[in-house]
Write a protein that binds this ligand. Structure first.
Ligand code: UDP
Length: 309
């Protein structure tokens, strides 16, 4: 049968993916440097007979023994605050890390899924974003270490597929949220929930008119696995096709958490994309996949998780 490798398996989406695969009876090898991943996310999995953990950075040397059937590569800082603090680690994850894991897939004759991102579209001039859109990325801006690393990672996948015959799949993951996000990871959902639960002001950057589309993590894991188990190479957008303004999100989180918080407005970060909305026609038709969890439902589950921390 062969094991399944999840690189970045102690991170937010990676840890949910490990749990999901173990629930299906798979043998899972999690590799994580714990640079932005969190050992607590896999604490409940450690010691299980089908789970093993390798605490290594995939951009350096590591080995995986035995047969491997699938390699999921989710190993990279993903929050703008994290990747801007660690630009070199982020570029290494998107280059050496992607290559090392592609070589592992080649050696083991395993399928390989690369977790790419909606950030390949940068500040999009096309709306909603289809996979055919080439993007609008500042190559030397504060987000370039992440955006260009992921674009390079996609190019590496395409080259390994063409030259070495590796069975690659590219998922373009849009904003995802849920339990197991770090409360201090800087992304908007954990920031707003932490602030609301502490009855502190919610920090909306800019005027709050910028938009994102938020996908609950269980929907994302289903989409990622559907792509891995399909014959598609992608790239395929995975995300929730409901667009929300950031001020609308702030108001919703205040209401759902019954908070007394007010909203304060702070400076908009440089190159912050104005709008983001996935066109998921391809995922719907090729993978029969679409998100099921509404924003209210998903936020309630996430608020309960943060309340218990
Ligand atoms: N944002 C905000 N307040 C915060 C954190 C983020 O207004 O405390 C905004 C940010 O400027 C962006 C959006 O929320 O427009 C989503 O930011 P996030 O860092 O979650 O992810 P991004 O989609 O930018 O990668």
């Amino acid at each position: 049968m062969g094991k399944i490798v999840v690189a970045g398996g102690a991170g937010f989406i990676g840890s949910h993916l490990c749990g999901y695969l173990l629930g299906k009876g798979e043998k899972v090898v999690c590799i994580d440097s714990l640079v932005t991943g969190n050992r607590a996310n896999i604490a409940g999995l450690l010691g299980g007979k089908n789970f093993s953990f390798i605490n290594k950075d995939v951009s350096g040397k590591f080995t995986v023994k035995g047969d491997v059937r699938q390699v999921y590569n989710l190993a990279s800082p993903a929050s703008p605050v994290d990747y801007q603090e660690k630009p070199l680690e982020t570029l290494a994850a998107g280059s050496d890390g992607v290559k090392n894991l592609l070589e592992l897939a080649e050696e083991k004759n395993a399928a390989y899924l690369f977790a790419s991102t909606s950030e390949v579209y940068g500040n999009p001039t096309e709306h909603p974003q289809k996979e055919t859109y080439w993007g609008n990325v500042n190559p030397v801006g504060p987000r370039s270490c992440y955006d260009e690393a992921k674009r390079f990672g996609e190019a590496l996948c395409v080259a390994f597929s063409k030259v070495r015959g590796v069975d690659v799949k590219i998922a373009r993951i849009f904003n995802t949220y849920g339990p197991m996000m770090r409360k201090n990871d800087g992304r908007v959902v954990p920031n707003f929930i932490e602030q609301a639960l502490g009855n502190e002001p919610l920090t909306v950057y800019g005027k709050g008119g910028q938009t994102r589309s938020f996908c609950y993590v269980s929907d994302m894991v289903n989409g990622i696995c559907a792509l891995m188990n399909s014959r598609e190479r992608g790239p395929i957008n995975l995300g929730n096709p409901v667009e929300t303004s950031i001020s609308g999100l702030a108001e919703k989180i205040i209401r759902l958490s019954k908070s007394r918080s007010k909203i304060v407005y702070q400076e908009l970060p440089i190159d912050d994309p104005e709008r983001r909305l996935p066109d998921i026609s391809l995922a719907k038709s090729r993978l029969s996949w679409a998100p099921k969890v509404s924003l209210d439902e998903g936020l309630n589950l996430t608020i309960s998780y943060f309340q218990k921390l």
